[in-house]
Write a protein that binds this ligand. Structure first.
Ligand SMILES: [Zn+2]
Length: 138
C-alpha cells in the first residue's frame, strides 16, 4: 500500500468576533481566510483520497457567513433577524478553533484509510494556525 499526501488550497470570506476579548477582536469584523488542507492516507483500490469537490462543499459552509460561538446569543439573534447566514460553532471563533473545526469536518468526510488531516488556516498576513487530527482524535 502506498501512502498518499494530498494537498488542497482555497480561501473563503467570513465575519466573526471574539466575545469578551480584551482587544479589538471583540468587534464584529471580517477576514479572507486562506486555508491549506493536507491529508495523509493509504489507498487500496480507491481512485481518490477525497474528491476535490468535497472540499468545496465543506468550505462552502464557512464562506460569506457570520461565524458565531454558540454562547454569542446576541449576535446569533441579530443575524437571524436580518436573515443573515450564520454558522454556529461550539467554541470561540479563533483560528485555533476554526482550523480544528475544519480539520474534523474534513476527517469525518473521508472514506479511505487515513492517517492524518492537517488544516492550516491563515487569518491575516501575519497570523495562521495549523490543526492536526488523527483517527484516534475523533
Ligand atoms: Zn478576526
Amino acid at each position: 500500500m502506498i501512502n498518499r499526501v494530498l494537498e488542497y488550497r482555497a480561501s473563503f470570506d467570513a465575519a466573526h468576533r471574539l466575545l469578551n476579548h480584551g482587544g479589538r477582536c471583540r468587534n464584529l469584523h471580517g477576514h479572507t481566510y486562506h486555508v491549506s488542507i493536507r491529508i495523509e492516507a493509504a489507498l487500496k483500490d480507491e481512485v481518490f483520497v477525497i474528491d476535490f469537490f468535497r472540499f468545496k462543499e465543506i468550505l462552502n459552509a464557512y464562506d460569506h457567513v457570520v461565524l458565531c460561538w454558540t454562547e454569542d446569543h446576541q449576535l446569533i439573534r441579530f443575524c437571524r433577524e436580518e436573515n443573515g447566514d450564520v454558522l454556529v460553532l461550539p467554541k470561540q471563533t479563533s483560528i485555533e478553533n476554526l482550523s480544528g473545526h475544519i480539520a474534523v469536518a474534513v476527517a469525518r468526510s473521508l472514506e479511505v484509510e487515513w492517517k492524518e488531516v492537517q488544516v492550516n488556516l491563515q487569518e491575516t498576513e501575519k497570523g495562521s494556525c495549523a490543526s492536526v487530527v488523527r483517527p484516534e482524535d475523533i
